[in-house]
Unconditional design. Structure first.
Ligand SMILES: Nc1ncnc2c1ncn2[C@@H]1O[C@H](COP(=O)(O)OP(=O)(O)OP(=O)(O)O)[C@@H](O)[C@H]1O
Ligand SMILES: [Mg+2]
Lengths: 447, 255
């Protein structure tokens, strides 16, 4: 294990687990308590990952953990919350909207009655239920993943979302994850989303903060279960302000004939965003789509690690991640496609394209194919490029100003991803955000 | 309208234009002919403001203003239009969105309000008809996967939409079949007026039967070596360009 002495948070967490936290857990079901204990032992052994751990080679998370984080928030409700919620607004989007503050469901900020076929409960209550115990922790490898172990050991709250069999939810569920605190905060939400047989749902998750000076580290873990023939469109928009550092682990398990589509948009200004997206195809005839767009500015560190785990035959996966990097931003893409021995007739496609718009920006792109079955169709590709000077000149020669021309070309670059968004209001929103973040009057590199 | 005096320009330290003089007045059509590599596209690129072309001597006035001092988009907003010899394909930018943005930025520069969606569509329809531009292409990505002829027609559609004062057509006729040639030249003829002017770069006298020029110039080795009326084009078609090599030996290119 790496030396954790320089990270007071490590010891603080371990002490916390044995102290107050242990008392609170007394009432939890045995299975959960055992899982927590086991995960904690893993974390105690592994500590936080340094860059010597292969999966963290390009992302040094240690400096982000050295703040003096409190494990309890002093939340600034009221105005700060309203401000954060405002920031998450998607114009003209007709949705069911719920709001969480530091991982806790805010009853007051939740509008409109949900249909009976969908149920949303705070994790604090739901963890006693059979549904939770039935699905919790399945597929999430707490031996390998440091932060997943820590979350499992010490998560406090979050949501359990369940859609009944055969139910199609008419409007997207917009979940606003607001984070706000007066003190530096380390917070660990945990969510479980279950779509029962033949259910259909679209979720839009927005991660936002108010512009407080406090540093907030979010170690969140979401488990998603897409049962037979169910269909989930899962959108995540990361638009938090400076001060937020987040590790988002998403563990998806797909059953037969199900379709799961993930769309991850990592945008300014959060200092660190590390997304671990794991999709386990547990059954035959599934379809998965992973679309991602990371647009980094300033000194952002945006890291997307995806893991497509083909375990059974006749499954299809399609992955397109696009990166745009400005200023001194650093992007990391690591896409692993794993095709196990039994996963014959797999179709797996992966593509990662990057636009470096500043000479001081960096991208580390690493596609990884590991194939153990012999009758499969797999492909992957990775590119790094600059804005085309020819295209810029063509647009400018028609009267289009340099700034708009650049924004048009960046939007065009992102098009392969944005066109896949199935909610028009959301697509327009993302396109506006892209345009908004491409800076004016700046000399960008062209080729 | 356009006044070019003693224009010298380099590309990558290579002298390409070696003293061009050209006067174009409103209402006129000028044709520029000349062998491959003589500098015709370089001249149009320099006028449109392409990067990497360095003007080393001379000046260009456009409507009394210093053209060379303007950014490419400002030249366009002032009324200069270049139909590219090789139009660029831009995947992900829709043709229609591109046209709307261009038109509205030009209008804004001229102090006009942006066109309402309805007016814009009406205008687009009208101009589309003028150049017989396939409606299906208008929503596609800009020039992506267009045939050669479709790209050229798209250039003329843009020209028709943006209504420039001075249009430079760089080999818009090359590679067009006879129908496309007729369509493109009809378009240009309908757009011709007292107030605008055209510079048509071409290798073929054929086009000049459709668009009759007031003047024909021969560009050779970075200079206009001969000017005349439309009869000159016929003569060039018959004689070719070999005689130029004897009359005007090539000067040193390296700087
Ligand atoms: N970007 C460039 N880099 C290097 N050389 C260039 C560049 N652009 C043009 N040249 C050179 O400048 C000379 C003139 O080229 P230009 O394209 O202007 O000729 P042209 O008269 O338009 O020819 P064509 O009839 O073939 O279109 C050629 O020798 C060409 O190779
Ligand atoms: Mg040329």
């Amino acid at each position: 294990m790496a030396n954790q002495v320089s990270i007071p948070l490590y010891q603080k967490l371990l002490d916390g687990f044995d102290g107050k936290f242990a008392i609170e857990q007394k009432a939890e079901p045995d299975a959960l308590r055992q899982a927590r204990q086991k995960a904690l032992e893993n974390f105690r052994k592994s500590g936080f990952p340094t860059t010597r751990v292969e999966d963290w080679k390009y992302t040094n998370v240690i400096p982000f953990l050295k703040e003096d984080y409190a494990l309890q928030d002093k939340a600034k409700a009221g105005a700060a919350l309203a401000h954060a919620v405002e920031a998450a607004t998607i114009e003209d989007l007709d949705s069911y909207r719920i709001v969480l503050l530091n991982g806790q469901l805010q009853e007051t900020a939740t509008d409109e009655k949900l249909p009976d076929s969908i149920s949303i409960r705070p994790m604090a209550e739901a963890k006693q239920e059979a549904t939770f115990l039935n699905y919790f922790g399945k597929g999430t490898d707490v031996e390998k993943h440091h932060f997943a172990a820590l979350n499992t050991a010490m998560f406090t709250d979050g949501l359990l979302i369940e859609v009944k069999a055969n139910a199609s939810i008419d409007k997207p569920l917009h979940i606003i994850h607001a984070f706000s605190s007066e003190n530096n905060l380390f917070v660990q939400p945990r969510h479980l989303i279950v779509l029962h047989r033949s259910a259909a749902l679209s979720i839009v998750e927005s991660v936002v903060t108010d512009s407080s000076a406090a540093k907030i580290f979010v170690n969140s873990l979401t488990e998603v279960v897409v049962e037979e023939n169910a269909n989930l469109n899962h959108y995540t928009l990361q638009t938090a302000k400076k001060g937020l550092r987040q590790l988002q682990h998403t563990e998806v398990n797909q059953k037969r004939d199900s379709v799961y589509s993930n769309y991850t948009f990592s945008l300014p200004e959060a200092e660190l965003l590390r997304n671990n997206l794991h999709v386990n195809l547990d059954d035959e005839h599934t379809e998965s789509h992973l679309y991602g767009l990371y647009l980094g500015a300033d000194q952002q560190l945006l890291d997307n690690h995806t893991f497509m785990n083909h375990q059974k035959a006749h499954c299809e996966s399609n992955e397109v991640y696009k990166g745009v990097l400005l200023d001194k931003a650093v992007g990391v893409f690591n896409g692993k496609v794993f095709v196990q021995v039994d996963a014959q007739k797999t179709n797996a496609f992966q593509q990662n394209n990057n636009l470096l718009l500043s000479p001081t920006a960096t991208i580390n792109s690493k596609p990884q194919l590991e194939i153990f079955a012999d009758d499969v169709k797999c492909s992957h590709g990775s590119t790094i490029g600059q804005l085309s000077q020819e295209a810029m000149f063509y647009l400018q020669s028609r009267g289009i100003g340099e700034d708009s021309a650049r924004a048009m070309l960046v939007s065009a670059f992102a098009f392969d991803v944005t066109e896949k968004i199935k909610i028009p209001e959301l697509e327009a929103h993302i396109n506006n955000l892209i345009t908004h973040h491409i800076p004016a009057n700046q000399e960008l590199i062209k080729a | 309208m356009l006044s070019i005096k003693n224009l010298h320009a380099d590309v990558e330290d290579k002298k390409i234009l070696k003293g061009i003089d050209l006067e174009v007045k409103a209402g006129e059509v000028h044709a520029i002919m000349g062998p491959n590599g003589s500098g015709k596209s370089t001249l149009s690129s320099v006028l449109a403001g392409r990067e990497n072309y360095v003007v080393t001597e001379g000046e260009v006035q456009f409507e009394g203003k210093d053209l060379l001092d303007m950014a490419p988009e400002v030249r366009a907003r002032e009324g200069l239009f270049l139909a590219f010899q090789y139009p660029v394909e831009i995947p992900g930018v829709s043709n229609i969105n591109f046209l709307r943005t261009a038109l509205n930025e030009i209008r804004e520069y001229r102090g006009l309000p942006a066109l309402e969606a309805k007016e814009f569509l009406k205008l687009t329809k009208e101009k589309q008809k003028l150049v017989e531009f396939d409606a299906k292409l208008i929503n596609r990505s800009l020039n992506e996967g267009f045939s050669g002829g479709e790209k050229k027609r798209n250039e003329i559609l843009q020209l028709a939409m943006l209504e420039p004062k001075l249009s430079i057509l760089d080999e818009t006729d090359s590679g067009l079949d006879i129908d496309a040639l007729r369509i493109v030249s009809n378009g240009v003829n309908k757009l011709r007026s007292e107030n605008n002017a055209f510079v048509i770069i071409t290798h073929y006298q054929r086009l000049l039967e459709y668009i009759v020029p007031d003047y024909v110039h021969v560009l050779y080795d970075g200079r206009i070596v001969k000017s005349g009326t439309k009869e000159l084009a016929l003569e060039l078609e018959e004689r070719g360009y070999d005689w130029l090599k004897e009359t005007y030996p090539v000067t040193e290119n390296a700087r």
